[in-house]
Ligand binder design. Structure first.
Ligand code: AMP
Ligand code: GLY
Length: 433
């Protein structure tokens, strides 16, 4: 690696998560150039970052772009290319790449496969059964005391989970997935899963295949509307620290979930490298796995990476091609809150592209605006181009202060039809500090 002039890092993706990864890398003394493919209006304007056209679903194009730009490291943001084998292809071409192999990424790529892994390794999780035919799934409803959660097994862009409130709704969801094909191939198989009750947290770990280092546990807000109402989304805001994730809870998660997963994956001949994201429910019977993701969370990354004090390239390289043994992972003890702003109609699709005002004013508050669905218009202005448009992160010594600052900065940003939650982190901040 050419450390004198600084490394070239290619970040694959164009969401808020990738903006946060690129933003943090651009602050490393070891990094010369951060390329983001395809990026967004925020990464285009980020000092030290440059956008590069890229179709993230085209593995050949990812490898060719890495070769053409002489990238020293490629970081894959979204799950799609990981499940499709982008890291395997890059490594075969001799290019260091951060993220799990396709074999390891199946933990996210197939929920039924993930459930089998969890059961095989005695990792706590909700009871579930997998079905690919309607009558077997409808019959299995009898095995549940209350309506189960109905999940398309494959990748469905965070939309494949139906939280049925009644058995009739569960039956309807089964038909929508298996008969009507609502999620296409992702719904060829589905999972019926016991509904877990408790507080949900996201525990992410950097992994090198054998070792892991936990990131500060984050809490996401999955529902669209304040007070946890409305449909599930990709995430409307997140915060760190989570007051429910105290040291003993984290130690239990490490012992019962993270350790057996890393050890189990290595023993199955597919050592886990990259980020392991455990979505967990803290139930009365202890932490249980809701799902694994094979990548950073969005919007969790927008609160976790601003707290990373160690050199990010050291950490990413250690996971990709080295060992975490020699890495001194340090985190700020500050709190961080991010509030997502989404387009009209989100989490549905297809809203018009409209101009965004107030970005400069928001940045002037000292908060960081991470872009997601944004693009630069012909007039040089910033326009919306997608469901989740951006998220505003504040870092402060207390959770309450961070929450108030993030919400205040969101108030300076405006675009037609914008949606955001006005309660992100606030209920928790009131009771915790
Ligand atoms: P998943 O894609 O499996 O993470 O599901 C998306 C969201 O649905 C999760 O973050 C939870 O909020 C919710 N969810 C999924 N499965 C369950 C479950 N078994 N019990 C309760 N909530 C769930
Ligand atoms: N915030 C949830 C996810 O990244 O899947």
């Amino acid at each position: 690696m050419n450390t004198r002039s600084g490394a070239t890092v290619l970040v694959v993706g164009g969401g808020g998560r990738e903006h946060a990864i690129a933003w943090r890398l651009s602050r490393s003394d070891r990094v010369g150039r951060v390329l983001v493919g395809p990026g967004n209006a925020g990464t285009a304007a980020e000092p030290g970052c440059e956008n590069i056209p890229l179709d993230v679903s085209d593995t050949t194009a990812i490898v060719a772009t890495a070769q053409r730009t002489a990238a020293d490291l490629v970081i894959i943001g979204p799950e799609g290319p990981l499940v499709a084998g982008a890291v395997d292809a890059l490594l075969s071409a001799g290019i260091p790449a951060f993220g799990p192999s396709a074999a390891a990424a199946r933990l996210e790529g197939s929920k039924s496969h993930c459930k089998e892994f969890l059961v095989r390794h005695h990792i706590p999780t909700g009871r579930a059964s997998a079905h690919s035919d309607e009558s077997s799934a409808l019959g299995a409803l009898r095995d549940f005391d209350e309506p189960p959660v109905v999940k398309a097994s494959g990748l469905a862009a965070g939309k494949g989970v139906i939280m049925a409130e009644t058995f009739d709704e569960a039956a309807e969801a089964i038909r929508a997935i298996l008969v009507d094909g609502r999620f296409g191939d992702a719904g060829i198989e589905l999972l019926l899963e016991e509904r877990l009750r408790g507080t949900e947290i996201s525990v992410l770990a950097f992994c090198d295949g054998n070792r892991w280092e936990l990131m500060p546990a984050a809490q996401d807000h999955k529902r669209l509307l304040a007070g946890d109402q409305g449909p599930n989304t990709g995430g409307m805001g997140a915060f760190v620290p989570s007051p429910v994730a105290d040291a003993s809870v984290i130690a239990e998660i490490e012992r019962t979930v993270i350790r057996p997963t890393i050890v189990g994956m290595a023993s199955e001949g597919r050592p886990y490298r990259g980020v392991l994201y455990a979505g967990l429910m803290l139930t009365d019977d202890g932490p249980k796995v809701i799902e694994f993701n094979c990548r950073f969370g969005d919007p969790e990354t927008q609160v976790v990476l601003p707290l990373l004090e160690s050199d990010p390239l050291d950490v990413f390289e250690a996971c990709a091609v080295g060992s975490l043994d020699g890495v001194d992972l340090r985190w700020s003890r500050d709190a961080a809150v991010t509030v997502v702003m989404a387009s009209a109609g989100y989490p549905g699709s297809g809203s018009a592209s409209v101009p965004i005002d107030g970005l400069i004013e928001a940045a002037a508050t000292g908060c960081t605006v991470f872009h997601a669905g944004t693009r630069i218009g012909a007039d040089g202005g910033v326009f919306t181009s997608g469901g989740r448009v951006l998220s505003v992160t504040a870092v402060s010594p207390s959770l309450k202060e961070a929450a108030l600052r993030a919400h205040a900065a969101v108030g300076t940003i405006g675009f037609e039809g914008s949606q955001h939650r006005n309660d992100i982190a606030l209920a928790t901040a009131e009771v915790s500090r």
